[in-house]
Design a protein. Sequence first.
Length: 259
Amino acid sequence: MDNEQIIILSNREIETMRGACQLAAQLLAYLEPLVQPGVSTLELNDAAEAWTRQHGAKSAPLGYHGFPKSICTSVNEVVCHGIPNAKHLLKDGDIINIDVTPILDGFHGDTSKTFFVGEPAPLARRLVEVTEECMMRGIAEVRPGARIGDIGAAIQAYAEAQGFSVVRDFVGHGVGRIFHTAPQIPHYGTRGKGRKLRSGMVFTIEPMINIGTHEVEVMADKWTALTKDRQLSAQFEHTVAVTKDGVDILTLLPDLVTA
């Protein structure tokens, strides 16, 4: 992927894509109050699928390389790509990342957020707060002329200063009409390294931060990724566009918008 041509979107294309990205953000806001003890991850999936269809969109994950559901639900030690199922009931104290990607008007809107189920333990709360801050520090590096390595360096420095680790096996990615495309956006790295950012590039920044080791294992289902030491992992994701003078977070809801 990293040697592929990076797709540069026009301002008009980015405005069209904003619709998909705002829909994705609204979907997460819709799901948030449903995240309660006793709710199954399949119930969250089915609610998301119904809502997506009602809003004239379709769920990109459903059938993508064989993925069987409409969203990813990654609970506790699941790093990413957790598959919703009826038997997995949320419990008080869990953390769950919900990753959604509706397709609207030909464009993908890709975003995720880690939610608390009931009352989290102090360490789980700190992990989630640090992970969100990691994402925002990565986003703050985005501007024309910056390097991809600047994003990962900012994320890695903050995560490791807080005593956490950064997953290496999964990275952010270009997104637009195609779900996953160039460039890859590692959440670790070295300042001044990597490809140069330019206006019109659109990609995700989606750090996965672990309490323990950064190493992961993928289960036999070929999707569900777990921390190797089975300690907690959290993730946040925004889709961003490089503008002529900085960055535009396409999946950030305006303060006045509610689900």
